[in-house]
Design a protein around this ligand. Structure first.
Ligand code: GAP
Length: 439
């Protein structure tokens, strides 16, 4: 067997660290796992929540032209009829004539041997396979009770548009944001949490006045393009040159889009979609509302506002952040998360676990910081191992209480990235961490 390439190695290392340290576990593992389902563990849920909170903060709380909603996952099936998802939300499916494994026709070379069994017998003709995940509501499994899990959070923002307008009293342009689960019966899920059948999205539908000319929607599109870059570099701390824009060719656009830019990230398994930005026109509001749902208070005219849609995958954000943060420095492995994203902002240790005076003093520091930050407590093993363990989960600061602490009320604070230590008075710790984390 050929040696694994370094990028394959990197993916294996990330998946293994994620499991070993409690970021992401295989779903239902004690039953042998379950078709590309993954569970976020104690540290994964912190990382994911930090990402979602930063997003909500940047795009909802810090903007006066934005409000949020949290809608039902299963909506009236008429929503999916109107949005054309039942008709058009599909991928081309082919089957290997020998092993019968199924593939998305647009992700493999149909002239090459089967990626699974290597047979050269070829594939069946591509058939459109609808990705909507079906279920039945109520006790009877009959046609009238069929319902679908939402394949995108977006539709709720259109369906609730008038209710939001009536209650939030916004004028154009303004946006509606939502974070939540979406479901797609993907033909070929894979690459860890990159493509799954159940995933989370953070989406904004940004409503603008009916554009008189192309430049009118392009201005808004451009504003969101810049915002998406700011999020990637300033909030997630991802290297700018690891993300690339792809102007999606016209013949590959989603059924609702007039223009789409994909933001692609250099994952260990290759350059693939991270986020998307689309100009959805008035496609959705026209499908859902017979009469223009927006009333201009000044002119008294009704209209169907147009929509710019920036969309972010939560799980792909987690994967990109993990990949970008993974760093090896000799034997030392550390996750160089931006401190804002780190599951624990600091860890507190007594230098020795068998010295009650050190343990008590360290506990007091730990308890006081816990009121302000998510902090870890670890009294076990030698100090070098404790540093190593915190590095591996990306804790930016390790605070050690030693014999000097008892005399002068100072502690050592070790920086994850430089491994350097400095002494800081206990009374300054909160301010120090606050400045370092949120600056
Ligand atoms: N409302 C528009 C929309 O849903 P999309 O490009 O199909 O557009 C948006 O999805 C984002 O959701 C993607 O950029 C990606 O981050 C994430 N995403 C889509 N399918 C996914 C899947 N099967 N697994 C994980 N994330 C997915």
């Amino acid at each position: 067997m050929a040696p694994a390439s370094s990028s394959e190695n990197l993916m294996e290392k990330i998946v293994s660290l994620a499991k070993r340290r409690g970021f992401v576990f295989p779903g239902s593992e004690i039953y042998g796992g379950f078709a590309n389902s993954w569970d976020y563990g104690p540290l994964g849920v912190e990382l994911k929540n930090n990402i979602k909170q930063l997003w909500w903060n940047r795009f909802v709380h810090r903007r006066s032209d934005m409000v949020g909603i949290d809608a039902a996952l299963i909506m009236n099936p008429k929503v999916w009829e109107a949005s054309k998802h039942l008709e058009t939300f599909s991928d081309p499916l082919v089957e290997c004539k020998k092993c019968h494994e199924r593939f998305r026709a647009d992700t493999i070379d149909l002239g090459a041997p089967c990626p699974s069994c290597k047979s050269k017998e070829g594939f069946t003709e591509p058939k459109q396979f609808n990705l909507m995940l079906k279920t039945f509501l109520g006790p009877a499994e009959e046609k009238a009770n069929i319902a679908y899990f939402r394949p995108e959070t977006a539709q709720a923002m259109f369906v609730d548009f008038k209710n939001v307008l009536d209650t939030a009293r916004k004028t154009l342009p303004f946006g509606i944001a939502q974070i939540g689960k979406a479901f797609r019966n993907e033909i070929t899920p894979g690459n860890f949490i990159f493509r799954t059948r159940e995933f989370e999205q953070m989406e904004i539908e940004y409503f603008i006045p009916v554009p008189a000319k192309d430049e009118d929607w392009q201005e808004s599109f451009e504003m969101w393009r810049k915002e998406m870059w700011a999020w990637i570099t300033d909030d997630l701390g991802i290297e700018k040159n690891h993300v690339h824009e792809l102007d999606v060719p016209k013949d590959e656009l989603a059924h609702y889009s007039k223009q789409t830019i994909d933001f692609e990230y250099d994952y260990p398994f290759g350059k693939k979609e991270l986020y998307g930005l689309a100009y959805r026109t008035d496609f959705d509001l026209k499908n859902h509302f017979k009469e223009g749902p927006y009333l201009d208070q000044q002119t008294g005219e009704r209209s169907w506002p147009h929509v710019i849609e920036p969309t972010w995958g939560v799980d792909r954000s987690v994967l990109a952040v993990l990949s970008d943060a993974y760093t090896e420095d000799g034997d030392r492995v550390y996750l160089k998360f931006k401190p804002k994203l780190a599951p624990y902002k600091a860890a507190v240790f007594p230098l020795l676990a068998n010295k009650p005076e050190l343990v008590d003093a360290a506990q007091a520091v730990y308890k006081s910081l816990q009121e302000h930050f998510n902090v870890a407590w670890d009294p076990r093993g030698n100090i070098g191992k404790r540093y190593y363990a915190q590095d591996e989960i990306g804790t930016p600061f390790c605070i050690t209480v030693d014999f000097d602490t008892i005399g002068n009320n100072t502690v050592t604070v070790r920086n994850r990235d430089t491994a350097k230590q400095e002494r800081i008075p206990i009374e300054k710790l909160k301010e120090f961490l606050h400045n370092e984390i949120y600056r």
